[in-house]
Design a protein around this ligand. Structure first.
Ligand SMILES: *Cc1c(COP(=O)(O)O)cnc(C)c1O
Length: 432
């Protein structure tokens, strides 16, 4: 579900015409719907009601402090993967006691910071890291709460760059080895065993891999429960969203069949399907459940607005050159991801033409769509790259010395700037 729709021939987010936001803040511009984010959070929370649970939003998906504050106020915890993310959460008013700290390469400074702030737990990904955390906790006279991240070796059927739960991935500790590492953890004086963690990948559009992973890890957890005072099982995030037809849920369906086939993502995984697959087996385990959704909460809640700069017809193709580039939204270049492209002014007719929508960056990989059937777009027209709320701005860079775009949050009839556009001066500020 999302809150982007046409009204009076114009694309709106909640009660705000998107054109107004671009008039005020220019393009490229990220716009997020607070209502959509909260709706997703509350629906997931409600579906998990049979479980003692905590939703820890994965900050890396979208780490703007306004969004973190929105979720903190709604009661969420946070899944963080760096000291910088912990800093952001605290700045946004989130509680360290609800932060789980993941990542394969935590630095000494990050571990110290997380211990000083008393995070909920460290998700430990190797024996070497476990020893480091123990040593640093000893120096501080503290006990570090930990969960070991288990790699259950399941195939989540997702893009290989976002698969994390296979034995060949760098993440976690192999299932057959993890009991031995718990034994070791129990012997370390400044480690406190609190839980078990896993995270099998991202953009998973089928409930089966989640259920399979839980089933594979359950015997281990039951065994560990006998020996250690386990409190929680974190099942990670990874719930996929619909990219190719998010707009169809609104009023009209104007893509060609060809487009739909070309779209990389297929069946939607609903919150209901997900909960139906995991609630019963997790209840049987009897531990508190932590979830770490990122994309699910924010993905469909954001768009990247861009303006057409030029239209270029070559012998082979028609290129629509827009003012957003791969530095603003890298997902198509990095993962061959599909983003729906929707004109901000509702197209009058049903005519479509095949175009490539590309950015201004000096890379052939800088495209948002190839051979896509779209309504005619002319110089100066505005378009929305849909479902850009997750791993959009968070992955933006200054490549080609392009300033970061601005970000806007819509709440009902109000819209506010939550990050100003970078200036040329910002580009060189840190250089000496
Ligand atoms: C990235 C990540 C998540 C969130 O993944 P989504 O696909 O955005 O839900 C959750 N947990 C861990 C450990 C992660 O690295």
């Amino acid at each position: 579900m999302h809150s982007f729709h046409y009204r009076n021939g114009e694309l709106y987010c909640e009660e705000v015409a998107l054109r107004r936001a671009t008039d005020e803040f220019g393009t490229p511009l990220y716009v997020y719907s607070a209502g959509t984010i909260l709706d997703h959070y509350r629906r997931l929370d409600a579906a998990l009601l049979p479980l003692d649970h905590l939703i820890c939003y994965a900050v890396k998906a979208n780490s703007n402090r306004a969004i973190l504050k929105l979720l903190a106020d709604a009661g969420a915890g946070f899944d963080i993967v760096s000291g910088g993310e912990l800093y952001r959460v605290l700045k946004a008013g989130g509680a360290a006691a609800k932060c789980t700290f993941a990542g394969v390469g935590k630095s000494r400074e990050e571990i110290e910071y997380a211990l000083d702030e008393h995070v909920h737990s460290f998700n430990v990904e190797s024996e070497a890291e476990l020893e480091w955390i123990d040593r640093i906790a000893r120096e501080k006279g503290l006990k570090a709460p930990i969960a070991l991240r288990v790699n259950p070796d399941v195939d989540a059927g997702t893009h290989r760059y976002v698969s994390t739960g296979r034995s060949e991935n760098k993440f976690g500790i192999a299932l057959h080895h993890v009991a031995a590492v718990y034994e070791k953890a129990a012997r370390l004086p400044n480690i406190e065993i609190r839980g078990v963690q896993m995270h099998i990948g991202s953009q998973i559009t089928d409930a089966a891999p989640f259920a399979e992973a839980i089933a594979k890890v359950t015997p281990l957890i039951l065994e560990l429960k006998e020996r250690y005072p386990l409190e929680f099982f974190s099942v990670g995030g990874g719930i996929g969203i619909v990219y190719e037809s998010s707009f169809a849920s609104g009023s009209r369906d104007w893509w060609s069949e060809k487009d739909r086939v070309a779209a990389t993502m297929t069946l939607p995984l609903t919150i209901h399907d997900y909960a139906a697959a995991i609630v019963a087996p997790l209840r049987a385990i009897g531990l508190r459940v932590l979830l770490e959704p990122g994309r699910l909460l924010v993905g469909n809640a954001g768009v990247l607005l861009t303006r057409v700069r030029y239209v270029k017809q070559t012998e082979h193709k028609k290129f629509v050159i827009v003012d957003a580039g791969m530095n603003d939204l890298i997902r198509p270049a990095l993962y061959q991801s599909y983003h729906e492209i929707v004109p901000v002014r509702e197209p009058a007719g049903t005519e479509r033409e095949s175009v490539d929508v590309v950015g201004p960056v000096c890379e052939s990989g800088d495209f948002f769509a190839q051979d896509r059937e779209l309504p005619e777009m002319k110089e100066g027209d505005l378009a929305a790259l849909m479902s850009a709320g997750a791993y959009g701005f968070a992955m933006a860079s200054n490549y080609n010395s392009r300033p970061f775009p601005a970000e806007v949050l819509v709440q009902g009839e109000r819209f506010s700037l939550i990050r100003r556009r970078q200036t040329m001066e910002d580009l060189v500020r840190e250089e000496c």
